[in-house]
Design a protein around this ligand. Structure first.
Ligand SMILES: Cc1ncc(C[n+]2csc(CCOP(=O)(O)OP(=O)(O)O)c2C)c(N)n1
Ligand SMILES: [Mg+2]
Length: 337
């Protein structure tokens, strides 16, 4: 609601998402920072030749997965694209297991045989890690179908990008999900680009929250750089889907700071554009500034969190370099013959 325009009002009425308490702010800070530092380390290790194959970093988009996780219930499934490291870390999957998968080691989540885009966790209800753009959307819808069939009260979340949102299979999924009132949340991570193509160059309707209108699926645009806004909108979406009303679309307005993957000519946007987002909207800096300004935490307390996060990331990097590679015989395991 807008602040009332009365000559008697003394202070401006604060609008925007409901505030977090100290524990929530610190939780969000720690988890977003873990993703940021992990991804920075992965980028360095890729540069050193320690990681092979594809690698897509999530830096800049951290508030989306952390805010979503804060609204999820244990057992709710989630599934995403190749840009998946942040999703796993936010769900509490171990940094060691993710990093070791990047370097192709035995202790990786797919025993070193899947790499960056192909990791899974039954325990954390993470269904991957998918390299085919948009393929996770029908799969996530299928998870919701299973939930409804089993009447287990769980909700599935399918994350996908602005580019993936133009795939045909997304709309086949929307149709069935609404027809059968499936408990699924479609999270469109609009980071403004699909590889080097800006949303405005590829989409006739650039407001992705409206993409479900013809099916009768409600949607909303969310400030995906503000973890409080993400948590609040996610809570609404979970409530809607869990209560049997059907699917819900959340368009997260976000931004990726790094290139699409590790090789990216970066000619499709200016350095100034990236720097402006970092300076004015960084999701981690927002929480940090709030914690300090409100007195909910001191610089020293945040330094302790920073050091703890760095230690976790360093331990994962050490493990990912010392853990052995899989035995050659592993070529014949975990495959359908
Ligand atoms: C079916 C298919 N088409 C094309 C590609 C190549 N490709 C990989 S990522 C990508 C861009 C997707 O962009 P978006 O959905 O916005 O996700 P983001 O990378 O921004 O997270 C494309 C076209 C692919 N992997 N799969
Ligand atoms: Mg994109």
């Amino acid at each position: 609601m807008a602040a009332p325009k009365s000559s008697k009002s003394k202070a401006p009425v604060e609008t925007g998402p409901a505030p977090f308490d100290r524990d929530e702010e610190l939780f969000a800070y720690r988890n977003m920072l873990l993703i940021r530092r992990f991804e920075e380390k992965a980028g360095q290790m890729y540069g050193m030749g320690l990681i092979g194959g594809f690698c897509h970093l999530y830096i800049g988009q951290e508030a989306v997965v952390v805010g979503m996780q804060m609204a999820m219930k244990q057992g709710d499934q989630f599934i995403t694209s190749y840009r998946d490291h942040g999703h796993m870390l936010a769900a509490g999957m171990e940094a060691k297991g993710v990093m070791a998968e990047l370097t192709g080691r035995r202790g990786g989540y797919s025993k070193g045989k899947g790499g960056s885009m192909h990791m899974f966790s039954i325990e954390k209800a993470f269904y991957g890690g998918h390299g085919i753009v948009g393929a996770q959307v029908p799969l996530g819808t299928g998870l919701a179908f299973a939930n409804k069939y089993k009447k287990n009260g769980l909700v599935s979340v399918a994350f996908f990008g602005d580019g993936a949102a133009n795939q045909g299979q997304v709309y086949e999924s929307f149709n069935m999900a609404e027809l059968w009132k499936l408990p699924v949340i479609y999270v469109i991570e609009n980071n403004r680009y699909a590889m080097g193509t800006a949303v405005t160059r590829s989409s006739s309707q650039t407001d992705f929250s409206k993409r479900g209108v013809s099916f009768g699926i409600p949607g909303e645009q969310v400030d995906g750089m503000d973890v409080r806004a993400v948590r609040e909108a996610s809570a609404r979406a979970f409530e809607y889907a869990r209560s049997g009303q059907g699917p819900y679309i959340l368009e997260m307005m976000t931004y990726r700071y790094r290139g699409h993957s590790m090789s990216d000519p970066a000619k499709y946007r200016s350095k100034e554009e990236v720097q402006k987002m970092r300076n004015e909207h960084d999701p981690i800096e927002q929480v940090r500034a709030r914690l300090l300004a409100s007195g909910l935490a001191t610089e020293d307390e945040l330094k302790v969190v920073d050091a703890e996060v760095r230690a976790v990331v360093q331990e994962s990097a050490d493990f990912a370099q010392t853990d052995p590679e899989p035995d050659v015989s592993e070529l014949w395991t975990d495959i359908v013959r």
